[in-house]
Design a protein around this ligand. Structure first.
Ligand code: NAD
Ligand code: ZN
Length: 288
């Protein structure tokens, strides 16, 4: 199946023209030397960087909420079918992320940017929606898939920051992930609504099947095109378009290092692979 440019979807197979096998190393000292010489550095992060903060990823045991595969609720169809169910899911995710703290991985990246911003550009491109990079102090941040603490009106399209907990009265004490809970029955009129036009609000998140914001996608593309070193952290590299960023950078000659607890479909196209929890591997890689 051909992808529409910029539409969020899971890749069935990686593009063989882009994924090529390179000679791979896990020599940390060598990688740190590359970082030292680099001028433009990108960190491309995914759900795995927040796993050590207690935020479930979409893969593995944490990939379920109640009986649902988490990614099946991150779709416009699911919201249309049951805005109540999808709001419960997002209310749960907002509450979990609000209580979580940035971990050693987020902090190592933010501190690296702070120490090096005079003579390098350091940009974080994240697929995460939990806000933890910003809370760790990252300044130069591109949030590809939106943010749990932003809402968008389905009618007038206004985007607003919203940190309310709960986001509305009707969602108080809702959203428990227990697989025995069946259905969701909050009337639509009691879900979050726009103060201006009274339209139903939705999370300002790019769902599967939806397009990334063109300006965000373009900015990420430019930064990827310019980088000489890219750190790919805690992402399964199966969610398009982000999944293609690092293999494309590696194919044009940038040094790419992957930090993950297990290999991914893209691992063999990267120059470095550092296996392990990134709360341990990143502080080592990004220390002076
Ligand atoms: N925290 C969040 O904001 C969050 C959480 C779940 C899903 N999502 C969304 O779901 C989609 C999922 O794609 P994805 O690739 O980001 O995540 P993913 O869930 O598909 O994959 C997570 C990856 O992280 C790795 N991982 C797990 N723990 C790790 C650790 N401690 N250190 C290093 N690596 C670790 C796993 O091996 C896996 O490859 C994205 O669109 C993202 O927006 C976001
Ligand atoms: Zn509105």
């Amino acid at each position: 199946m051909q992808n529409n440019v910029g539409v969020l979807c899971k890749l069935a197979v990686h593009n063989k023209k882009i994924i090529m096998t390179v000679r791979q190393s896990s020599d940390m000292a060598k990688f740190k030397q590359c970082l030292k010489e680099a001028k433009h550095i990108v960190v491309l992060s995914g759900a795995g960087i927040s796993a050590e903060s207690g935020i479930p990823t979409f893969r593995g045991a944490g990939g379920y909420w109640r009986k649902y595969e988490a990614s099946s609720l991150a779709t416009p169809g699911a919201f249309k079918n049951s805005p109540s169910l999808v709001w419960e899911f997002y209310h749960y995710r907002r509450e979990v992320a609000a209580k979580a703290q940035p971990n050693a991985g987020h902090i190592a990246i933010a501190n690296y940017e702070l120490r090096n911003c005079k003579d390098k550009t350091v940009t974080v491109i994240t697929q995460n929606v939990d806000g933890l990079h910003a809370r760790a102090g990252t300044q130069n941040l591109i949030e590809l898939h939106g943010n749990l603490y932003k809402t968008r009106c389905t009618k007038c399209k206004e985007v607003l920051i919203n940190n309310d907990s709960p986001i509305c009265e009707a969602l108080a004490n809702r959203g428990a992930p227990d697989s025995k809970i069946v259905g969701s029955d909050i009337p639509v009129k009691s879900l979050p609504h726009c103060k201006k036009c009274d339209g139903l609000l939705r999370p300002h998140i790019v769902w599967f099947g939806e397009s990334l914001e063109p300006t965000v996608l373009q900015k990420a593309g430019e930064v990827m095109e310019d980088c000489d070193v890219c750190l790919v952290v805690g992402t399964s590299s199966v969610v398009y378009p982000a999944a293609m960023f690092a293999p494309q950078a590696a194919a044009r000659g940038a040094v790419v290092a992957e930090f993950n607890i297990e290999p991914t479909p893209a691992t063999t196209s990267f120059h470095y692979y550092f296996q392990g929890p990134c709360g341990s591997t990143l502080p080592e890689a990004l220390s002076d």
